[in-house]
Design a binder for this molecule. Structure first.
Ligand SMILES: C[S@@+](CC[C@H](N)C(=O)[O-])C[C@H]1O[C@@H](n2cnc3c(N)ncnc32)[C@H](O)[C@@H]1O
Length: 278
């Protein structure tokens, strides 16, 4: 009897989920067909990002809806603390493509010493919005970044996906892995190969993982955040109630966790460790 009831409940849940999923796919197709216009004409990614600091608040680095951005910001910060909070040996962080410095400042407030790298326009905004004595902001492209220091952690939050060429991407990864001491490389990146989801020619999380492994790093955790069908809709929606946004956001994240974070997330989360002996 219980078995039958559970079966029915699961089936209803599946049907509801599948219907939501289908609707989201259709909506996403419409939204993306508009967005692709911008992405495909975006020959110069660098110029695009140099102009983005003109946007207000978190929308300079995230999306249009600031309430959605707030949910993403909170989730990413919690995630970072879950990873870093338990590890006493992490003191220094290199934040690549730090944007307006939202994660750099947060980490500095938690006691980490942060080096944050981005284009000069972003860094100017970061210094205005998120100054902190424990953050050193550097106006430099990550391709040109050089340092004598070894960091305990390298953080890439939605920055590596902006690199179009595999050759250039692997050079950046290679170089920054050399700047990593015995610590963690954290990626939260929208790596997709699916033409509907990718922002531009982009590589799969599998390819990226293999490349890191070929450099001797070991996967500690592979997961995902931002349930992509909801992400596509909520991030640019007109929802203006914090409570509604928070419950929709949470609902999306829990649906995703229940099914498959790797499959259903927009941002893939990859945490890799470099060991001292390796
Ligand atoms: C989506 S935003 C993410 C910003 C920040 N990591 C965050 O999560 O808030 C992407 C950032 O990568 C930066 N970026 C893109 N290409 C870069 C490059 N070649 N060197 C340095 N920064 C770059 C952009 O300027 C932008 O600030």
């Amino acid at each position: 009897m219980n078995l039958a009831r559970n079966f029915t409940r699961n089936t209803i849940f599946q049907v509801i989920f599948n219907s939501i999923f289908q609707v989201m796919v259709v909506l996403q197709t419409f939204i993306l067909s508009a967005a692709h216009h911008q992405v495909h004409n975006q020959n110069d990614v660098e110029q695009y990002w140099r102009k983005r600091p003109n946007c207000e608040g978190l929308s300079a680095v995230l999306w249009n809806n600031e309430l959605y951005n707030g949910c993403v910001d909170k989730l990413q910060k919690e995630l970072l603390m879950n990873i870093l909070g338990e590890r006493d040996n992490i003191k220094t962080v290199l934040d690549l493509g730090c944007g307006i410095g939202r994660l750099s400042k947060f980490l500095a407030q938690q006691g980490y010493s942060v080096t944050a790298v981005d284009f000069e326009e972003m860094i100017r905004k970061a210094k205005q919005l998120n100054p902190h004595q424990n953050v050193e902001y550097l106006e430099i492209r990550m391709q040109d970044f050089k340092s004598m220091t070894h960091y305990d952690c390298v953080l890439c939050s939605a920055v590596l996906y902006t690199i179009h060429s595999w050759n250039e991407l692997t050079k950046i990864i290679n170089k920054t892995v050399r700047h990593l001491g015995c610590g963690y490389y954290i990626l939260m990146e929208p790596f997709h190969t699916d033409p509907l989801l990718r922002r531009q020619p982009c590589f799969s999380i599998g390819e990226i993982t293999k490349f890191f492994e070929s450099l001797g790093l070991k996967v500690v955790k592979k997961s995902g955040i931002l349930f992509w069908p909801f992400r596509m809709v909520l991030a640019n929606s007109k929802i203006d109630s914090q409570r509604d946004m928070a419950s929709l956001f949470e609902a999306g994240e829990s649906i995703m966790r229940h099914f498959s974070p790797m499959l259903l997330s927009d941002y893939k989360v990859l945490i890799l460790a470099k060991s001292c002996s390796g």
